[in-house]
Structure formats: structure tokens, C-alpha cells
Design a protein. Sequence first.
Length: 300
Amino acid sequence: MASSSEAEILRVSQVIRDRWKIKSKIGGGGFGEIYEAADLQNHNESVAIKVESSKATKQVLKMEVAVLRRLQGKRHACKFYGCGRNDEFNYLVMSLQGKNLADLRRETPRQCFSLSTSIRIAHQILEGIREIHSIGFLHRDIKPSNFAMGRSTSNQRTVYMLDFGLARQFLNQKGEMRSPRSAAGFRGTVRYAAVTAHKNKEMGRQDDLWSLFYMLTEFIQGSLPWRKIKDKDEVGRMKENVDLNSLLEECPHELHQFALHLRTLGYLDTPDYDYLDRLLSQVERENGITQEDPFDWEIN
Ligand code: ADP
């Protein structure tokens, strides 16, 4: 606590609702804090608890809870164990996963993943994005730190989608597309944001997929051309004017087709997820990649 300017919301050994005992802090992002805790009512099973101060100006945990509840049963969603609020904080209890993909990439010697790891991870993220879109929500902050590998033997090869703090419903109660707003504030993370977000326009389903595309390119090549640029507008212009041939220099040609499909899509269009899935399968086939290949972090 000495090193952080703000006091932490929970302390080690604190017990929430007579059930979850806080063990350690594992993350503190933009909006909340994430802790590992032991479930006293279930053999001390490890869980993750996300908390947000009741005084936080932007209350997003309610949205996260709503999205995570609707995602229950989907392959790439954490299990929902409970939620609640008191005078001090709001909390969400979910299954605890392993390392996020940003940390895993940082730990590699060249800051990149092998083609096999990159493509298979991207394939799972595509499925995850399809799952959240299927319940009528956009994620709007697709980036490596918002995906984690499972941590038990049964799920350590599965990718989990985290953080629905910026999610937005794109379907109304009747299941129709909500009309786009003429202007929307920038949401997301500059490095991975789609051009639509840079332009402060309403994001659509293709924009989550643009972020996946940038992630995948970075996984394979180790960096993106705008990596060192701080100015959001400058990054937006670079993305808009990017030459796909030079951006994708070391990538399989299917990624070019991936981007060309995204370029055809506007807010109202449904992306052709099957086509994108087939492109990734084709890369796997052409490069002899199989599901049994070890992931980079499994090799030692
Ligand atoms: P914020 O909205 O504050 O950025 P996130 O939900 O993105 O918080 O979580 C921040 C980090 O905490 C993630 O990058 C991940 O490393 C870790 N984390 C979040 N949820 C879990 C979880 N269920 N299991 C394991 N780690 C998690």
C-alpha cells in the first residue's frame, strides 16, 4: 500500500459475506481492483473478486455483472459465483484464471508468439467475440490483457475473456440493432482500438474484430507500427492509411483477407464469423498447426 497513491479497497484476510477470504491483489486496472480469494464454503477453492469503490465516479461493475451472467455456459466466460454491494464497495466473484496474454507475450524472448500459438489463441478469441456478440453486446476493449488462460489442468488450454467494463448492448429488447449515435466518446485502448473508435463514432461488431486483428498481427510480429506513438489521433491516422502489405509483412496471406473482409463492414452489418474462422483454419492447415501443438509457454 505504501507504493500506491490510493488506499486499496480490500485488505488481506478480510472476509466478504462470511464466505470469501481475500488472499492477495492480482490486478488493478482502470476501474477496479482484482483479488484472489479463498471460498471458505467450498474447500477454500481459489476465486477472483473484482471490486469497485462505491465512490467511483464511473460505476461499471453492474454492467460487468449483467454481461457475465448472460455469458454463463459459454466456453470463453469465467464462471459467475456471486455479486453484491455495501456502503464501501461493489463486488463480483468469478472463477480465477491464469496469466493474461499481455504478460505471457512479455515473458517471451522476442515479445512474440509462434505462428501456431498466435493463430490458435486468435481462433479462440474469435469464438469468444462471437459469444459476446451472440448475447447482443460488444466488448469494446479487446486487448491481450483482457484475455487469460485457464489455470487448472482441465482448462489451462482455454482462453477466457475478461473485463466487460466497456461493454455496450447493440441490440434492443426486441433484438433489433440500436440506432447508432452520431458521436460517441473514445472507448478502449489506443494500440488496439479500431479506426471507428479513433473517430469517436459508434462502434459495431467489426470493431471488436479489428482489435483482434491488431492483436494477432502483434502476436506474430512482436509489435505494431504505432507502438511508440502516444497521440491518439496520430495512431488513428496511421491505422486508416496503413498499407496492409507492409503491416502484414511476416504474416500469412489469410490475414490480408481477414482485414479486407472487415473493411467491407459498417455498423449495421453482421460480420461473416464463419469466413474468418475458415481463414484461421486455413492458416493452421497450411502450416501443419494442430491443436496438440504445445503453446509457447508450455515449452521449457
Ligand atoms: P480493469 O477493468 O480494472 O482493467 P480487468 O477486469 O481488466 O480490470 O482485470 C485486470 C487484470 O486482472 C487482468 O488483466 C488479469 O490479469 C487479472 N484478472 C481479472 N480477472 C481475472 C480472473 N477472473 N482471473 C484471473 N485474473 C484476472
